[in-house]
Design a protein around this ligand. Structure first.
Ligand SMILES: O=C(O)CCC(=O)C(=O)O
Length: 262
């Protein structure tokens, strides 16, 4: 086992805690059962047609500026760009999250990844929890900005691996010999749909082998505000619902700028 914060490993809970919710408002109980068993659910629609067009336009217009801000080191931008803030805190997405996380939801990290066509390299299997200095209780939402499929480099999952907790990985956070943990399957997601996944689920993001199709996706990590952050993991926090009960997360206010959704 190796996380990015080995000095914290004895303090952190790095095992999966099944979601217990007898009265979900957005997900069905069967979907929550699927999440508990597989570590993810079948994608759900998060944007209607009009919202999807706005989001696609937003990323087209802002991709270069985001890349510029990220050229020296990765920083999440949902706390400083109004459009990203609006996507991250969109009410429907947050209502789904409330079923999994509870009423007090914060987002601590986000990333826009647009794999170009013909890209030959991809990312090996990893568990997002190994990057975070907090208990492994985050729910990751991966939103497809265009259709993502096996040809243009959708993510691949190894179902059920969230139940193993954090497993051995390399210094680069790649799971050692991931195939020993099961068969990987593609997670194809239609544009405007999002997949909700556990931060312990092993997933990879292989090459985009298409000739002319970009594969843009926007991913956010959410957690209950009751979970204590360490090592300044709260630096990019926005509050998506409820309150920061213990005052740990110190959320940023919505940045100034036009609203992406009515
Ligand atoms: O291809 C992607 O957008 C997902 C990348 C990934 O594996 C991650 O964000 O953890």
């Amino acid at each position: 086992m190796l996380t990015r914060y080995p000095e914290l490993e004895s303090e952190l809970k790095l095992e999966f805690e099944p979601i217990v919710n007898d009265r979900p408002k957005r997900f069905s109980r069967a979907q929550i059962e699927q999440y508990n068993e597989q570590g993810f659910m079948d994608p759900v629609r998060l944007l209607n047609d009009d919202e999807l067009k706005r989001v696609q336009k937003y990323f087209r217009e802002n991709e270069a500026a985001m890349a510029e801000k990220n050229k020296d080191e990765f920083i999440a931008l949902h706390h400083e760009m109004a459009g990203l803030y609006d996507i991250t805190t969109k009410r429907l997405t947050v209502e789904y999250l409330n079923d999994l996380i509870g009423p007090n939801v914060v987002c601590h990290t986000s990333q826009f990844i647009n794999k170009p066509p013909g890209q030959t390299q991809g990312g090996d299997h990893h568990q997002d929890a190994t990057f975070n200095a907090l208990d492994a209780r985050c729910v990751v939402v991966w939103l497809a900005v265009e259709d993502a499929d096996a040809e243009n480099g959708c993510m691949w999952f190894i179902p059920g691996t969230h139940k193993l907790g954090v497993v051995e990985c390399t210094k680069g956070h790649h799971v050692v010999n991931p195939r020993q943990y099961g068969k990987e399957i593609p997670c194809e997601v239609k544009a405007g749909y999002g997949v909700f996944m556990s931060d312990l689920l092993m997933h990879s993001s292989p090459a985009n082998r298409s000739k002319d199709r970009y594969r843009p996706g926007y991913t956010c990590s959410y957690v209950a505000a009751e979970v204590e952050p360490h090592e300044e993991i709260e630096r990019w926090t926005v509050q998506c619902s409820g309150t920061d009960v213990d005052g740990w997360w110190k959320a940023h206010a919505r940045p100034a700028g036009a609203r992406l959704f009515e």
